[in-house]
Design a binder for this molecule. Structure first.
Ligand code: FES
Length: 110
């Protein structure tokens, strides 16, 4: 079992980062990005209540299913129909997302 995974993150300025995240701390992708000191919008702190942590998943990983709250928030933010659209705070850091490619969204509702 892998304790550290690698994520590839494009930030809001278009800069690409390769980061690592531990799988044994109960983190989500938003928190992993914060831990790596990459500026990220996450106004509600991970409650699926703001959509400022929206992103586009660029890789083919099988992710946890979207909750009704996440779906509603992405819908409200008009990004639900964008292929790969997710909230970073709703994706658990686990071995199954090793190598995930994430592009931060640019919603500015904060
Ligand atoms: S941090 Fe608010 S929805 Fe993710």
């Amino acid at each position: 079992m892998k304790d550290l995974i690698t994520l590839f993150v494009t930030d809001l300025n278009g800069i690409q980062h390769e980061i690592t995240a531990p799988t044994d701390m109960g983190l989500n992708v938003m928190e992993a990005i914060r831990l790596n000191e990459i500026p990220i919008k996450a106004t509600c702190g991970g409650m699926a209540m703001c959509a400022t942590c929206n992103c586009i998943i660029k890789s083919d990983h099988a992710l946890v299913e979207m909750s009704e709250d996440e779906e509603a928030m992405l819908d409200e933010a008009f990004v639900l129909d964008i292929k790969g659209s997710r909230l970073m705070c709703q994706i658990p850091v686990a071995e199954n997302i090793n190598g995930l490619i994430v592009q931060m969204g640019d919603l500015t509702s904060d």
